[in-house]
Design a protein around this ligand. Structure first.
Ligand code: ADP
Ligand code: MN
Ligand code: MN
Ligand code: MN
Length: 340
């Protein structure tokens, strides 16, 4: 037997953006626990905007677990929040509303800023650095500053050790802005891992006195600095294996029909980012385009070359969006389109 430190992690009830919460319980296990060995647990929902004070218990149902690379016998436990009966999903629990489908794959490209003392890492005191141009995938102190590289590389190592399926990282267009990509098979896998990767990044940066800014346009709209997105790449088994131009056109018509419902869960303040500039489409329009980075949905060349088969990229979700809500909405729209 060994003492395992179980970090139960969940999303609170704040709107429009939920915060990550976590607390530790210590339990004895013979070996690294499996998901079904992890017990339900409770917390005070009145402190997280998930319950009233007089009846404040909420329940935590473990739904995914990962080794915690920073601790001996540590386990990171992603949880869904349930009502006191332990069975009914709490209204804040968006994960519970995602259709289960092992044939759906998502790849999220999470962009974010790292801030210190109120400005992006590498910004001079009280001012702006040279205009955007050399920061994207850049190297050298003048392009990335002195701290960011250590943080993003350490974050990548932590995530890989936790079994999170990162596909890559890169410096982004604005100074102090970065991206990681996470891919997962199954309708909830990538979303679980994005939340866990966000958790690991926020925990890592505490000791650096660096803040992760998930907001989609932290420098505002009046300056020529990019915002942050979270492009959602998606494919169903049908899209990968059957697809076809007729189905693709029906699918895009459904995306057009439900464009407002999509935008509603694609992250707050997205009107500041989806302006039609900086490789975005305006928030009130829907379009798609082959290899078009100014479109709502980008159709990769590979998709067309394969006979309209493969994955599509919805470029509208922003960096502060909830990948559970995004995945859920995309699947809901796909489900309206007949495959025969
Ligand atoms: P770009 O920056 O050019 O948009 P990235 O390489 O950053 O491209 O991201 C592409 C994303 O597409 C990755 O997250 C990858 O996991 C995802 N992806 C690739 N193939 C599929 C697929 N079949 N289904 C869903 N997502 C996919
Ligand atoms: Mn990318
Ligand atoms: Mn990017
Ligand atoms: Mn992209």
């Amino acid at each position: 037997m060994a003492k395992y430190k179980l970090e139960y992690i969940w999303l609170d009830g704040y709107t429009p953006v939920a915060n990550l919460r976590g607390k530790t319980q210590v339990k004895d296990f013979d070996a690294f626990p499996t998901l079904d060995q992890l017990p339900m647990w409770g917390f005070d929902g009145s402190s997280t905007r998930q319950a009233e004070g007089h009846n404040s218990d909420c329940m935590l149902q473990p739904v995914a677990c990962y080794p915690d690379p920073t601790k001996e016998n540590g386990v990171l436990v992603m949880c869904e929040v349930m009502m006191p009966d332990g069975k009914t999903p709490h209204p804040s629990n968006a994960r519970a509303t995602i259709m289960d489908d092992s044939g759906t794959w998502f790849g999220f490209e999470q962009e974010y800023f790292l801030y210190k003392d109120g400005a992006p890492l590498g910004f001079p005191n009280g001012g702006f650095p040279a205009p955007q141009g050399k920061y994207y995938t850049g190297v050298g102190y003048e392009n990335v500053g002195d701290l960011a590289r250590e943080i993003v590389d350490t974050h990548l190592e932590l995530c890989l050790e936790a079994g999170i399926n990162h596909e890559g990282i890169n410096a982004e267009v604005a100074k102090g802005q970065w991206e990681f990509q996470i891919f997962g098979k199954g309708s909830k896998t990538a979303a679980d891992q994005v939340w866990m990767a966000r958790y690991l990044l926020m925990r890592l940066t505490e000791a650096y006195q660096v803040q992760v800014i998930w907001h989609c346009k932290p420098l505002g709209v009046d300056v020529d600095w990019n915002g942050s997105g979270m492009h959602a790449n998606f494919s169903t088994e049908f899209m990968r294996e059957v697809g076809g131009k007729a189905y693709f056109e029906k699918l895009m018509a459904a995306f057009d029909l439900y464009k407002n419902e999509h935008i509603a869960v694609y992250g707050p303040d997205n009107h500041l980012r989806l302006t039609g500039l900086h490789e975005t489409q305006s928030i009130d329009k829907f379009n798609y385009g082959i290899a078009n980075r100014g479109a709502s949905v980008r159709v990769p060349h590979s998709f067309v070359n394969a006979g309209y088969k493969g994955y599509l990229e919805d470029r509208r979700p922003n960096s502060a969006g909830d990948p559970y809500k995004i995945a859920g909405r995309i699947l809901q729209t796909i489900a309206t389109v007949p495959t025969v």
